[in-house]
Design a protein around this ligand. Structure first.
Ligand SMILES: Cc1ncc(COP(=O)(O)O)c(C=O)c1O
Length: 497
């Protein structure tokens, strides 16, 4: 163990805290008494090798996409090509000051412009801003644009946003933050949008409908154009949650489906490390009628013989912008990484979606095909109930039948997968699938990895239920009480006090 706080003070400290430059009296005259800490911090002292060991030890305590298979549905944890990191570390990218004048930022602005254009093109939108730094923030910003649009049209009475019951929680949350009432509609038995249910709630008060397509069940919505027509006829707007854009990129687009606004999770579709709330990037794209409300600033360009490829680049502010949603220029590093990712694929970007969809279907078939299921005596049941059906980039499994027969829950299987060296799939989401496990293999995993995972998954289901119910058995920390952990957050190291 190389926990730095456990050293209890090595003698050869690699670094000593400097003495304060001002006296204690001066400190208390500058800082309110209530904010001055009573005891000095107990900084650990460590020599350089001890420090290196500490961080190496810390890094090994995390499971990451670089440690093993990470089939986290909806969160899309995909391989992050190292070339992206090299590009974002170039001095011209990495050493930029956010207050630098446009003339010093021409390279970066050219990348931003190209990203705006590429994202607009791929999604069938007219204008894109790269400002928001998460999908959820993109949702909020785009719904605010829709709200301003209705206000400008004198349509203040539109106070409802419709979401299907398979929606990600951020959809209703973002709309609620804008002050909207949320109308949830049930999905059909096959998991798809229910147009009758939609018709029943659409009217003069509809501001927008938010849809993820393919849905959080990994299923494409074949009637999405009709849904858009219903909402548009009532005067509402269609919002596309782009978290699953990696399933359809280059094949179809939200614009073709009838959407007016979309957010992209650059940190999912275009690689990027992400998690724990960041770092991410959630640009939004809109059709022309919403463009004047986009968060500012965007990048535009003019012809300039001395500029990059004959253009110089500059910031612009949309006429009736909802304002800034993020300090500086959004998450510039995340945008550059995604730009590098897309440049590597170029016009073959659709191959990424094809492989993601192929991998998900292969893995799903391996787990659900009648032979492996009956061999193990497992009635594993997807929400649509038919192993031969086609999903997009991810799929859901209901562990309900297994729980009924053996008492093993979805959570137990997820915990047992940790013992086999995998990250657990997304658990209990979407909420309409009982005992749900949601699996997204992503495009870069090989057939061997998928086969091994399927074998291990099926092996777990035929293990002694007691072993599965008490998993994990091989991790540093066993099963924790998550509710208690969330309610009683301890963020300080026990030896730090
Ligand atoms: C379907 C869906 N929508 C929206 C979001 C929110 O995106 P972000 O985590 O970037 O805020 C997620 C995140 O997992 C998602 O899966």
């Amino acid at each position: 163990m190389s926990d730095i706080f456990a050293f209890k003070g090595a003698h050869d400290a690699g670094y000593a805290q400097p003495k304060p430059l001002i006296s204690e009296d001066e400190i208390s005259s500058l800082i309110p008494n209530s904010m001055v800490r009573k005891n000095p911090p107990k900084w650990p002292t460590a020599s350089e090798p001890e420090l290196v060991r500490h961080y190496t030890w810390l890094s090994s305590r995390n499971f990451g996409i670089d440690s093993g298979f990470y089939p986290l549905g909806s969160c899309t944890m995909k391989h992050n090509p190292r070339i992206n990191e090299r590009i974002v570390q170039l001095p011209g990218m990495n050493d930029i000051h956010p207050l630098a004048p446009e003339s010093h930022l021409q390279g970066l602005l050219a990348i931003f412009y190209e990203m705006q254009e590429m994202l607009a093109h791929c999604s069938g939108m007219d204008q894109v801003t790269l400002q928001p730094v998460a999908g959820a923030q993109g949702e909020f910003a785009a719904i605010r644009c829709i709200q301003e649009y209705h206000r400008n049209n004198g349509d203040e009475c539109r106070n409802k946003v419709i979401v299907p019951d398979s929606a990600h929680g951020t959809n209703p949350a973002s709309a609620a933050m804008c002050g909207y009432e949320i109308i949830e509609i049930p999905s059909r038995d096959d998991g798809r949008l229910d147009l009758d249910a939609l018709r029943a709630v659409t009217g003069d008060d509809t501001a927008a409908m938010m849809v993820t397509n393919p849905s959080t069940l990994g299923l494409f919505e074949p009637e999405i154009a009709e849904a858009a027509e219903i909402v548009h006829e009532a005067g509402g707007q269609m919002y596309y949650d782009g978290a699953n854009f990696n399933a359809i990129l280059g094949k179809t687009s939200p614009g073709l489906m009838g959407f007016d606004a979309v957010h992209y999770n650059l940190h999912k579709t275009f690689s990027q490390p992400h998690g724990g709330g960041g770092p991410g990037s959630g640009p939004i794209g809109v059709k022309n009628h919403l463009a004047q409300y986009l968060p500012k600033p965007l990048v535009d360009r003019r012809k300039d013989a001395k500029g990059i490829d004959g253009y110089s680049y500059f910031w612009i502010n949309p006429e009736n912008s909802i304002g800034k949603v993020q300090q500086w220029h959004g998450n510039a590093g995340a945008v550059v990484r995604s730009w590098a990712f897309y440049r590597r694929y170029g016009r073959e970007l659709e191959k990424m979606s094809e492989h993601a969809v192929l991998n998900a279907n292969y893995l799903r078939y391996r787990i659900l095909n009648p032979d492996s299921a009956s061999l193990q005596g497992i009635p594993a049941m997807p929400v649509d109930g038919a192993p031969a059906d086609v999903v997009k980039h991810e799929f859901t499994l209901s562990m309900s039948p297994i729980k009924d027969t053996t008492g093993v829950s979805g959570k137990d299987v997820a915990k047992r997968l940790l013992d086999y060296g995998y990250m657990a799939p997304t658990l209990y989401f979407p909420m309409i699938v009982p005992e749900c496990l949601m699996i997204e293999p992503t495009e870069t995993e090989s057939k061997e990895v998928l086969d091994k995972f399927a074998d291990d998954f099926l092996a777990i289901l035929s293990e002694d239920p007691e072993i599965v119910k008490s998993a994990p058995h091989s991790t540093d920390v066993g099963r924790v009480d998550e509710v208690w952990a969330a309610r009683n957050l301890v963020l300080r190291h026990p030896l730090e006090d």
